[in-house]
Design a protein around this ligand. Structure first.
Ligand SMILES: Cc1cc2nc3c(=O)[nH]c(=O)nc-3n(C[C@H](O)[C@H](O)[C@H](O)COP(=O)(O)O)c2cc1C
Length: 367
């Protein structure tokens, strides 16, 4: 790959596609907003020159699970040239969203390194932008999301492919057997939508603990093996968190690296989020610590991309790497590609810049 780096583009923030001043439900019903609401489809010229898990794509660039709340959002992302959009994580049954607010800007000086444990929320969404998002991975019943996802999948044009994300839900009586059974049921429900690539979120709390599932290698292996029994030829991606060292990644890859088609990393990095008086900023139990994403976590996404690339070589696996975290312009995209990402995705950067895919296609040297 060429070692040229695109010029940093003008990254002034635009009207967001998700309005943080409104509830999740209002965004879900009335969104997307900003340029995603204009209904204009950008025509893409020429034949797709890239490939993502066997699907031709114009650019190996998309939106990770989260900001595309439903089919309307996914369709708008496709129209604006995000060639690999992920439909927000769903579950096998309805789960309510956390109380509003669900998105707040946060003040981070420089990188959000792991020693910065407390951040102050603020009102202004300004560059360099980092936010916290706190939804609790809500879901509607499959009766809603299955047909909605099917319509979004069918909206992909040539050189585009939609990914569906889901996760397991702990049962009320607890227990690993029920938890794994829910992942299997979820995989079956996803398959019925006709989605061509499925992502399972392993950066969610593990059954019986508050630690993340991806840090429990044995449970992750069980989950992946169980899902694989129903997926057939459909590629499986796993979404994982930031791992601070190669040894931990190697343990995970030795367990699941041969069974998955791709690894999407990273999810958010958590910190305590307080208001200017030092009080918990997000209302309700269990919400003092919350996930942070955007520019300040780019270092971690890049580090994890390099780590996955290095360790993939060591264990001799062949999965694709989807680099996520803090991407907000073409130079970021290229940095991820040079770090070893087979595809790159932007959540926060896309939310405040709906033209990001078009900009990257204009400015990145390989596109
Ligand atoms: C509004 C919002 C909602 C999110 N919801 C999910 C989700 O449902 N499932 C998931 O795996 N990740 C979710 N994420 C995490 C993103 O997929 C991504 O890993 C993270 O935001 C880092 O990327 P970024 O720096 O480009 O925002 C969400 C992120 C945002 C901003």
């Amino acid at each position: 790959m060429e070692c040229l780096t695109a010029q940093r583009s003008d990254t002034r923030l635009q009207a967001p596609i998700y309005d943080p001043s409104m509830s999740y439900q209002d965004n879900f019903d009335r969104g997307p907003f900003g340029e995603f609401a204009d209904g204009v489809r950008i025509e893409q010229a020429g034949k797709p020159q890239h490939s993502f898990l066997g699907h031709p794509v114009h650019a190996p660039f998309g939106v990770p699970a989260g900001p595309l709340l439903n089919g309307k959002f996914v369709k708008a992302a496709l129209d604006k040239g995000f060639d690999i959009p992920v439909y927000k994580t769903v579950r096998t049954r309805r789960v309510a969203c956390h109380e509003w607010p669900n998105v707040l800007a946060v003040d981070v000086e420089g990188d959000l390194t792991l020693d910065k444990t407390k951040l102050v929320a603020k009102d202004d969404y300004a560059e360099p932008l980092s936010i916290t998002n706190s939804f609790g991975v809500p879901s509607f019943d499959p009766d809603f999301w299955q047909p909605d996802m099917a319509v979004a999948v069918a909206h992909a044009g040539p050189g585009q492919v939609v990914v569906g994300s889901y996760q397991g839900t702990k049962s009320e009586r607890g227990g690993a057997t029920d938890y794994i059974a829910d992942f299997i049921l979820g995989a079956r429900l996803m398959l019925e939508t006709g989605v061509k690539i499925i992502e399972v979120n392993l950066s969610c709390p593990n059954e019986g603990t508050s630690a993340l599932l991806c840090f429990d290698v044995e449970r992750s292996r069980e989950v992946v093996e169980a899902i694989k029994t129903v997926l057939g030829e459909i590629p499986l991606l796993i979404k994982v968190a930031y791992f601070p060292d190669d040894a931990a990644v190697e343990r995970l890859l030795r367990a699941v690296g041969g069974a998955v088609s791709g690894i999407c990393a990273i999810n958010t990095i958590t910190a305590e989020i307080v208001d200017e008086n030092g009080r918990q900023a997000l209302p309700g139990e269990g919400r003092l610590r919350s996930g942070v994403c955007g520019r300040s976590i780019k270092w971690a996404g890049l580090e994890m991309t390099r780590r996955l690339s290095r360790v993939r070589e060591v264990v001799g696996a062949e999965f694709s790497i989807i680099g996520v975290g803090g991407v907000s312009d073409a130079a970021d995209y290229e940095e991820y590609r040079q770090a070893g990402a087979d595809a790159v995705m932007a959540a926060t950067g896309m939310m405040w810049n709906p033209q990001l895919a078009q900009q990257i296609k204009r400015e990145a040297h390989e596109l």
